[in-house]
Design a binder for this molecule. Sequence first.
Ligand SMILES: CC(C)(COP(=O)(O)OP(=O)(O)OC[C@H]1O[C@@H](n2cnc3c(N)ncnc32)[C@H](O)[C@@H]1OP(=O)(O)O)[C@@H](O)C(=O)NCCC(=O)NCCS
Length: 178
Amino acid sequence: MQLYLREINKNDQGELLQMVNEIKNDTIEDKFEGFRDIQYLNEENFNDFLIEREHNKNMKLYRPDLVNQTTFILVDDSNHIYGGTNLRHELNDNLLNFGGHIGYLIRPSERRKGYGTLILSLVLKECQKRGITKVLVTCREGNIGSAKVIEKNQGIYENSKKKVEDNKIYRRYWIELH
Ligand SMILES: CC(C)(COP(=O)(O)OP(=O)(O)OC[C@H]1O[C@@H](n2cnc3c(N)ncnc32)[C@H](O)[C@@H]1OP(=O)(O)O)[C@@H](O)C(=O)NCCC(=O)NCCS
């Protein structure tokens, strides 16, 4: 089956809300890590959510201290959603230390099937299209699945940094694209 990344549209409401409910029932620490934008999504605010996606692509126009960001979902031909990812088009101080260029999440029912590795490989292609050739990807220490996803995508570990705000350590990896 062919899976690909695309931006969210109005027809995705049902699938996306199902995915949000699935994640809410997850038992892991920090369930929405990597794709936090969807945690407050509901039927009432779906249109605002779509408007916000557009807004985020030009965020620097409104908030020069923030960076532009594009959101993608991983879907198949029947528009089943496997997960989501955010691509930050550049780094600011906070992203350089902790957040990196890319966040991602695979819905619990689709984990451990290779989709985490796939979503990162596909969003790296989106980086390439935008001329981002040195990509920073980070993960919280102890997030073994995410560390493996990064390493399987040729992430080279640089170091770990502790974030004062949440008292957590983040592993920082660079991926060079050619
Ligand atoms: C991290 C995450 C994206 C991994 O997605 P996934 O679809 O399970 O990843 P894959 O199936 O591609 O797995 C990649 C490797 O990690 C391993 N792995 C995945 N989850 C794991 C876990 N919880 N513990 C140990 N290993 C794990 C897989 O077995 C696989 O290893 P292998 O190739 O040696 O067999 C997913 O667990 C998730 O969405 N977690 C919550 C959000 C999150 O943490 N996002 C990342 C923020 S940095």
